[in-house]
Design a protein around this ligand. Sequence first.
Ligand SMILES: [Fe+2]
Length: 236
Amino acid sequence: MLMSNVLFLDTKASVKSTLLPFLSANLPTEGWALVKIEPSVKIESDMLVICTLAGTDLGENFGYHTLDATGSNDILALHTEGISNDSRIIPYFALGCIKPSSSGGETRLFDGRKAAAAIDAIPGLNDVIIEYSALANPQARIRYPLVVTEGERVVRYRSKVETNFIIKSGKFSEDEVYQHVDAIIQSCLLVSHKWEAGDLLFVNNLITLHDRLPFTGHRRMLRVRYDDTLNARIRY
Ligand SMILES: [Fe+2]
C-alpha cells in the first residue's frame, strides 16, 4: 500500500486542516484515500464527524448507514456506487470499519480510467449499453454505455446481476460482454484493502469501481454516500 494515501488521524488534532488537504491531494488523481483513527467506544460518531468535515469538499449533503453482516461466500458484484440512481451516480463515498470480519472481506478498488482505455481499444465493445435498476426501487431505471466522457473517459458498470438489462450488446453475446468487461476491470486493480477497526476509506467513485471479497464472521461497517439523490440525511 502506498503510504502517501494513508493518514493516521488524531481526532484531537485539527481534523479539518489535516483532513481536507489530504483528501484533495489524493482523491482526484489516486481515486482513494485511507484515514486511520484509533478505535474507541465512540468510533462510529468519530467517523461520522470526520465524514461530515470531509463532506464540505465532497458534496452538498450525505446519507449514511451502518451495515451489519455475518459471513458471505460471494464476491459482491463489481460496480460503480449508485449506478442505478436514476439521476446520476454518487461522486464520492466512504466506507468505515467499526468491526472487521474474522477473515476476508477486502474491498478492492479498480481504475475506471485505465479500464476505459482498454474497453475503447476493443472494436465494438464501447457500443454496449446496459440499463440498471435496483430491487429496492425497481421503477427507477437508467442506461449507461460502458464508457462515458466526464472530463475524461471512465467506466460506468455493474457486473451481471438480475437487475442489469443489456439494451445493446453489439457484436458480442451478453455473456461475452460481462466476461470481457469483468476481465478488463480486474486487470486494473488499484488496491485491495484489508480492513482494520478505525479504517475510513474515502473513494472517488467518478474514476473507480469496486467489489468486496468473501468473508467469515460478523462485521460492522459504516457507509457514507455524498450527494446521494436517494438518501440525503445531512445537508450542509
Ligand atoms: Fe458499493
